[in-house]
Write a protein that binds this ligand. Structure first.
Ligand code: GDP
Ligand code: MG
Length: 293
């Protein structure tokens, strides 16, 4: 049996969470067109014959300008210790390896095998591929460079074959039928956050945090979920609630549908909106959100 941990790192918005969901064949990590959607480290387990691959999806590596973002970048870099292989992902539309200078320096220090995934090839002319692959191959001794599309799943099948040779002989870390170590409460809070990232703009999604206050399962009844959405400013609270509560209703309906899919049962979702000034600077609250330990 071969078992190993693989960290997926890269700039924000390149498609790391989309890839994790594709590898798992189910959605556990939230995705949006906005950068910095993922804040915590998300674990996804893929079993393939005699091997178990434990993938870590991470927040994007970027220049952090506040305590929340600094913790997010730390989460990504922390995921480099104790792993067997690193997947570095980039977006083919932004082929600037020099921007990754610092990250590549960290990777060199770790002396772990690094696989480069060049994502979003569905968006470009295939003639542009080879020159870009060459730029990166000259820049860093990657184990392999693979062009893929996490969205259409083109090239995804090859990833496992590149990883398996680097996994150590070891017993599995997770039982075969468990795709993640995340609990349903956490995923429920992430689903709400994803809807806010998809439905609101500018500072609002970045100023949003979600806490699940209660999660009650009772056989034969719908699951009852109470959640509080925290915003930093009164005006943001107004945007989340919307005219006559319309926005909050939209968020609630869309989140409930995803929760019902995840849990395979009906859900009654109760959302409240509260003000928590400057929560992004509040270490205690970041700990409560499991962003810091
Ligand atoms: P992350 O921040 O690196 O985790 O990126 P996400 O997985 O959240 O994806 C960011 C955006 O890129 C989302 O709108 C995705 O739908 C989109 N995306 C991800 N992979 C692909 C891809 O292969 N092709 C295209 N066209 N879009 C993609
Ligand atoms: Mg992500």
């Amino acid at each position: 049996m071969k078992t190993g941990i693989i960290s997926i790192i890269g700039p924000p918005n390149v498609g790391k969470s989309t890839l994790l969901n594709q590898l798992l064949g189910q959605k556990i990590s939230i995705v949006s067109p906005k950068p910095q959607t993922t804040r915590n480290r998300i674990t996804g387990v893929v079993n393939d014959g005699d091997s178990q691959m434990v993938f870590l999806d991470t927040p994007g590596i970027h220049k952090a300008n506040n305590p929340l973002n600094r913790e997010m970048v730390k989460n990504a870099l922390r995921s480099l210790t104790g792993v067997d292989l690193i997947i570095l992902m980039i977006d083919i539309n932004f082929p600037y390896p020099e921007k990754l200078h610092n990250a590549l320096h960290e990777l060199k220090k770790s002396s772990k095998p690094v696989l480069l995934l060049i994502n979003k090839i569905d968006l470009i002319d295939k003639n542009r591929l080879l020159p870009i692959i060459k730029i990166y191959a000259d820049f860093f001794p990657f184990q392999t460079l693979l062009p893929i599309s996490a969205k259409t799943s083109e090239g995804i099948g090859k990833i496992k074959n590149e990883i398996i040779p680097f996994l150590p002989e070891a017993p599995p870390l997770f039982p075969e039928n468990i795709p993640t170590d995340l609990n349903e409460r956490f995923i429920a809070s992430e689903i709400i956050r994803e809807k806010i990232f998809l439905l609101t703009h500018q500072e609002v999604p970045y100023s949003t945090a979600v806490i699940i206050e209660s999660f009650q399962e009772e056989k034969g009844n719908p699951v009852n979920i109470h959640a509080t959405i925290y915003l930093e400013k009164k005006s943001q609270k107004g945007i989340i609630i919307g005219k006559n509560g319309r926005m909050l209703k939209k968020i609630g309906i869309s989140a409930r549908e995803d929760m019902e899919k995840m849990l395979g049962t009906r859900v009654v979702l109760d959302l409240r909106v509260k003000l928590k000034k400057e929560w992004r600077r509040n270490q205690g609250f970041l700990r409560e959100l499991q962003i810091t330990d």
